[in-house]
Write a protein that binds this ligand. Structure first.
Ligand SMILES: [Zn+2]
Length: 381
């Protein structure tokens, strides 16, 4: 570097190298009062000058730069090659090679500009490369996390098309009337069904299942088949052959009939007699005769646990070819009820301890160390 020389617009950070890399080029109006001002945020200096123009300025189109990431798209590159071959055949119709070359540049620019503006129909708004399916995976993972850690979760999943509609978000959180209708509900209010789905006695796992039952989206074969994700909609129970709907799985299938018979009022005294048990009661927790809330809590937890056990046994049959006898299914349900009840008691005790903590002082800490951890509601699914 020559310290006496001037006019360098760029300096390396250690000051050993310099360059005249930045220019102002002018044709008819020579710049005056040109100066260089160092700026703290850049290794380039600010170059300023005065230009006296005889007429107003016309701004050019600016430079176009190819977004190189487009070249990673093989299909796009293949299409461009095809176009290029066609454009090559046009050389004879231009007077000079330079004119043809200009045309080629223009068309190349148009081709890639259009490609850049194309957005995949599944792309989530404003997030390039992210698709609608990513949000589904995100929701699935969040539900998994909530289930593992046993915390309550509310997911508000807005359609991306609607996410930018001008609707107050507060409005969306308000309780709307009427609530979604429940398919096949002969009596009972849909709102009762949605309250039952989220009933406080249920563990998160049982709430998830009740929610999917009420929406008729539990992943039974008829649901999966309608989404193109199962080869057929037939019930997997040997010799059944009926379409496996949610109602079929939990109520109509001969396997379900056996299980409800086994459950009977003897094993679970809070369940009504077999003759009084209806599909509406086991699926949605609604019946013509509504029990008092305490009895209902017990009954609803029992029904949910049995449904969960039926679903688990069905999955073991499909995935591991295991035939679970009805008596084992009922034992699984009994274990779920026990663990859910213990969890509810632990939660209640914890709440009481928190209230009592200020009075007890150091005693509360000793108590807490004896406390049993709540069992995870997770299991086979
Ligand atoms: Zn069946």
């Amino acid at each position: 570097m020559h310290p006496k020389e001037e006019g360098f617009t760029w300096l390396s950070s250690d000051g050993t190298r310099a360059s005249r890399i930045d220019y102002i080029l002018a044709r008819d109006s020579p710049p005056t009062d040109a100066r260089l001002t160092p700026v703290f945020f850049s290794d380039h200096a600010m170059l300023s000058c005065m230009l006296s123009l005889s007429h107003s300025v016309t701004t050019g189109r600016g430079l176009w730069k190819l977004n190189c990431s487009l070249l990673e798209d093989r299909e796009l590159v293949r299409q461009y090659r095809e176009h290029y071959k066609e454009w090559q055949t046009l050389q004879d119709s231009f007077d000079t090679h330079a004119e043809w070359w200009e045309m080629l540049k223009r068309r190349t620019q148009t081709f890639f500009k259009q490609a850049e503006e194309l957005i995949h129909p599944d792309q989530a708004c404003a997030v390039p490369g992210r698709k609608i399916t990513d949000s589904l995976l995100l929701i699935r993972d969040t539900i998994c996390l909530a289930r593992d850690r046993n915390f309550r979760l509310v997911v508000l999943n807005l359609d991306f098309e609607k996410a930018f509609d001008r609707v107050s978000h507060q409005y969306l959180f308000q309780e709307r009337e009427p609530v979604s209708p429940v398919h096949g509900l002969a009596f009972g209010e849909p709102s009762t069904v949605w309250c039952n789905v989220n009933h406080p006695t249920l563990t998160n796992r049982l709430r998830d299942m009740s929610w999917m039952v009420a929406h008729e989206i539990l992943q039974v074969r008829s649901v999966m088949h309608s989404r193109g994700m199962a080869a057929n909609s037939t019930c997997p129970r040997p010799g059944c052959g009926a379409p496996e709907t949610v109602r079929h799985l939990l109520w109509e299938c001969s396997a379900a009939v056996d299980q409800w018979a086994k459950a009977g009022s003897l094993k679970f005294p809070c369940l009504p007699a077999r003759e009084v048990l209806t599909a509406q009661l086991i699926l949605y927790g609604v019946s013509q005769k509504q029990d008092c809330s305490r009895d209902f809590s017990k009954q609803w937890l029992t029904l949910a646990a049995i449904k969960d056990a039926i679903w688990t046994s069905r999955n073991l049959l499909v995935r591991r070819h295991m035939q679970i006898p009805p008596v084992t299914v009922i034992q699984m349900a009994a274990a779920t009820i026990k663990s859910a009840t213990r969890h509810a008691q632990d939660t209640a005790t914890k709440k009481n301890r928190l209230c009592a903590h200020s009075d007890e002082g150091a005693g509360a800490t000793r108590e807490r160390s004896k406390q049993r951890r709540p069992d995870s509601p997770g299991g086979l699914l």
